[in-house]
Ligand binder design. Structure first.
Ligand code: NAD
Length: 437
């Protein structure tokens, strides 16, 4: 099949490359010329494990092309995916759909023959109706079906997630579109990935409900972690104890500095806004958003407390900046608010991240960046693990202890057993467990 992916970002590029890998002919289109030029030259604009090879292989096989020309790409397509960004709209928190609607207009002007238009971007309930209206208004003769097919991949594990998804959700009641979408995903249901067909609005809501539920689960364990600290319990054992119950499940029960990233923060707020508009408030999600918002600065207060209650003029070394490991994505990363709060309190912040520093430098002007954990630890009054990259999982604490001014370790991801750190003379502060100091 001939597929077009509009938007060559984290979702569009991974999806396009994986569809090409299934044997489809794919053109990825983006507005940013430099991005397309780089991709044509084999330079991948994002860090995503395994993506480079899959793009290269499919480019060489002639199944994957890159273009800035929407009209030319769409003309011959069987299916056009919209995978552009839907960030929070400034001012009111609703999803900004201007990129989606702009893409819909451009697609409408170029389609020929029956074409399935698929919204892969995360969009509020009713957006499919509006996309369809825009297309019919722009080109009344267009023969299209507008389908919702939200994406559930996670950055850092995107290729495995795309190729072995827990489910594929397809929102359409159009018989021709159902056949086309079955064909698009045929290689996956041979892998037994369940295809869930439903109404378009149901599909749109599934995506928000899924993200809101996961955000709520993280926030739940974070609040239990705070309580565990107060009452002298260990949140990791609580998480294990509840997670073994199959009705609860052990995933997304890791206490930490609060959720961040390009999806949960904006999608939870957008769901709250949609629910308010429909006069059906989702109070659990409202509480989730509020609790998570305050958590990041609370983490900074935890670091200040670990430094004896004052960080003015003290050096704090931060390990990990991206919102999670194995991505270079800095959108809404907890590190941003934590570092800002530390600097507000007068701390001198040095930081290191394996892949996120290029983006972080733009966002954290007052921070000094180092080349590894040991360089930034030199002369530091506290070392803080914010993002659990693999290379921070086996730190040499003896060496760190010799480099630092004070042997204080704040483990915001609970990566280390307390004793492994304290036996090298460190004072350990985790999340939701008893401190050693
Ligand atoms: P992104 O910002 O990385 O990529 C979006 C791309 O679309 C950009 O390169 C931009 O230049 C391009 N674009 C915008 N308007 C365009 C137009 N009219 N024509 C051509 N290109 C255009 O965004 P992303 O992280 O890939 O997210 C895309 C969507 O997928 C969002 O709705 C997001 O919520 C959703 N989503 C993201 C993830 C994730 O992990 N990043 C996971 C699931 C769903």
């Amino acid at each position: 099949m001939r597929l077009v992916m509009i938007g060559a970002g984290y979702v569009g590029l991974v999806s396009g490359a994986c569809f090409a890998d299934f044997g489809h002919d794919v053109i990825c289109v983006d507005k940013i010329e430099s991005k397309i030029e780089a991709l044509r030259n084999g330079v991948i604009p994002i860090f995503e494990p395994g993506l480079q090879k899959i793009v290269e292989d499919n480019q060489n096989a002639g199944r994957l092309q890159f273009s800035t020309d929407i009209a030319a790409a769409v003309r011959d397509a069987d299916v056009v995916f919209i995978a552009v960004g839907t960030p929070s709209r400034r001012g009111d928190g609703h999803a900004d759909l201007s990129y989606v609607y702009a893409a819909a207009r451009e697609i409408a002007l170029a389609v020929t023959g029956f074409t399935v238009i698929v919204t892969k971007s995360t969009v509020p309930v009713g957006t499919g109706d509006e996309v369809e209206r825009i297309i019919r208004e722009t080109n009344p003769a267009a023969d299209v079906a507008v389908v919702s097919n939200p994406e559930f991949l996670r950055e850092g594990a995107a290729i495995a997630d795309f190729k072995r998804p827990d489910r594929i959700v397809i929102g359409t009641e159009d018989a021709r579109a159902i056949e086309v979408m079955r064909e698009v995903y045929r290689p996956l249901y041979l892998n037994e990935a369940p295809l869930l067909f439903c109404e378009r609005r149901t599909s749109e809501l599934i995506k928000y409900a899924a993200n809101a539920f996961l955000a709520m689960k993280i926030t739940f364990i974070n609040e239990i972690a705070d309580l565990a600290e107060r009452v002298g319990a260990d949140v990791q054992k609580v998480a294990k104890g509840i997670g073994l119950d199959k009705r609860i499940g052990g995933k997304f029960l890791h206490a930490g500095p609060g959720y961040g990233g390009s999806c949960f923060p904006k999608d939870t707020v957008a769901l709250v806004k949609t629910a308010q508009d429909y006069d059906s408030p989702v109070r659990l999600i409202e509480a989730t958003v509020a609790v998570n918002d305050t958590r990041k600065r609370a983490m900074a207060r935890k670091i200040v407390a670990a430094c004896g209650g004052d960080v003015r003029g003290k050096k704090v070394a931060i390990l990990g900046l991206t919102f999670k490991p194995n991505t270079d994505d800095m959108r809404e990363a907890p590190s941003l608010a934590i570092i800002q709060a530390l600097q507000d309190n007068g701390a001198i912040v040095h930081a290191y991240d394996p892949e996120g520093m290029a983006a972080a430098k733009e966002l954290l002007p007052g921070t000094t960046f180092g080349k590894d954990a040991y360089e930034i630890a030199e002369g530091a009054d506290a070392l803080v693990l914010v993002t659990e990259w693999d290379e921070f999982r086996a730190l040499d604490f003896r060496r760190l202890g010799n480099l630092m001014t004070s042997a204080v370790f704040v483990d915001l991801r609970n990566v280390y057993p307390v004793r492994e750190v304290t036996r090298h003379g460190f004072i350990y502060h985790g999340v939701g467990r008893r401190n050693s100091g």
